[in-house]
Design a protein around this ligand. Structure first.
Ligand SMILES: Cc1ncc(COP(=O)(O)O)c(C=O)c1O
Length: 435
């Protein structure tokens, strides 16, 4: 269906160059499997699984049926002081898939809400432990934890912070993008010692003031920055030593993208809290979750206040929404039934091989990959790092390939259902456009 006669002015689009878009609209009308279709009837390969959301492919009939049925059974249940079984069952299914010890699940509606929920949980945990001064939140340069006040404050992508003034008190350790590791396939062998910067932050502020460190197992929005071998393990050691909660923001890495259920599992490091969102419902309905170690939950339950009092005064009207839960159950069924996580693990080496064949093309300064995620760093125009990736992404769109551009990178997050010939076509399209 062509979007005619509709004025585009009223919609203030998120994270979009509105002026450019409204002069050059890119209107998606439908999707199927690994493809979008636009208002010119063109078929476009979805090289980012929506926004890292739709790994199982678009318009899965199983999810549509579950949502349809749920809407006719229980469209909404109050999230506060009342419950519905779909949320309890989903929490249990998620808990069963998390690393040992992390089995208490708090529902949100997005990655940003997961970030802020986890940060508040960390501060409240220390307060309940009698350590109310442990409030400082540590993030990482180039980290992305969404757009709410906690998340953007611990985030390390400068343009996302500079317009909004102060948030909670934070500090940052460096990212792990080392020039000598350019064109590494998977995890870089060197750079684990960058984790020791956390010791410097502790020395600066004293551990008695620090509540939590939040990191993405691999940084997604900054362009798939893969942790060096041993780096996350070292962060874990330092956090344990100084009693700092370690939060893994797995909004992109969780639910299959790494060829494992979580980045924690893929990288073999267990945090205290895991944040989830994007792949939970395969993109069909907004949903996020924060999974905490059981003893964190138990600390909240051990309060001396009367039983009718709230233990954690936090939550969202749509936490554990029945329709989102139905979509998530169906989505988990698909992951299991179609063996999609194993498929990601199988396809990852093929993707790695093909993606790195772009090395040597003009203006490609780095190529990184992990699981079915990958990114290219593009040599910038002087003082305009974001322009060339934008130009490449727009040319790809014209050639029937959707990729994401951000900062000086082009980002890829292939659908878990991708076929080898689709990877070949994607890489060929990039090769032509870049050349
Ligand atoms: C690691 C991480 N955290 C949080 C978010 C924010 O998620 P949302 O856009 O659903 O609020 C994102 C989104 O890309 C993300 O990648």
């Amino acid at each position: 269906m062509k979007a005619t006669n509709t004025n585009l002015d009223a919609y203030w689009m998120p994270f979009t160059s509105n002026r450019e878009f409204k002069r050059n609209p890119r209107i998606i009308t439908r999707a199927q499997g690994a493809y979008f279709y636009d208002d010119r009837g063109r078929k476009i390969f979805d090289g980012l699984s929506g926004l890292w959301t739709c790994g199982a492919g678009h318009n899965r009939p199983e999810i549509a049926a579950a949502v349809h049925e749920q809407l006719q059974t229980l469209d909404y249940a109050p999230a506060f002081q009342f419950g519905h079984m779909g949320a309890f069952e989903l929490a249990q299914r998620i808990a069963e898939r998390m690393p040992d010890g992390l089995d208490r699940v708090f529902f949100t509606n997005s990655g940003s809400e997961s970030a802020d929920t986890s940060l508040k949980m960390a501060r409240a945990y220390w307060r309940l432990k009698g350590r109310a001064e442990k409030t400082r939140l540590i993030g990482r340069d180039k980290g992305y934890h969404g757009v709410n006040f906690g998340g953007f404050s611990v985030g390390g992508i400068a343009p996302n912070r500079m317009m909004f003034g102060d948030g909670p008190t934070t500090d940052h350790i460096t990212h792990t993008l080392l020039p000598e590791n350019a064109f590494t396939r998977g995890m870089p062998a060197t750079g684990a010692d960058l984790a020791n910067q956390l010791e410097a932050v502790v020395a600066r502020h004293d551990a008695s003031t620090i509540a939590a460190l939040i990191v993405e197992p691999f940084a997604g929005s900054a362009g798939v920055i893969v942790p060096p071998v041993g780096y996350l393990n070292r962060l874990r050691e330092i956090c344990t030593k100084h009693e700092i909660l370690l939060i893994f923001d797995e909004v992109i890495t969780g639910f299959g993208r790494c060829g494992a259920m979580t980045g924690a599992e893929a990288f073999g490091v267990v945090p205290d809290i895991i944040n989830l969102a994007k792949q939970l419902t395969n993109g069909a309905i907004p949903m996020g979750a924060v999974v905490a170690r059981r003893d964190i939950y138990e600390t909240f339950m051990a309060v001396s206040t009367p039983e009718y009092m709230l233990e954690f005064p936090h939550g969202y009207t749509y936490s554990g929404h029945p329709v989102a839960c139905a979509a998530a159950h169906a989505s988990l069924d698909i992951l299991d039934k179609d063996g999609l996580i194993d498929r990601v693990a199988e396809m990852a080496p093929v993707f790695e091989e093909r993606l790195h064949s772009l090395k040597g093309l003009p203006r490609i300064m780095d190529i990184r990959n992990f699981g079915l995620a990958g990114a290219l760093t593009i040599e910038p125009y002087p003082n305009e790092p974001a322009r060339r990736p934008y130009e490449i992404a727009m040319k790809c769109w014209e050639k029937g390939l959707y990729v994401r551009y951000g900062g000086d990178t082009i980002q890829l997050g292939l659908p878990f259902i991708v076929e080898v010939d689709e990877i070949d076509t994607l890489v060929e399209t990039l090769r032509q456009v870049i050349t």
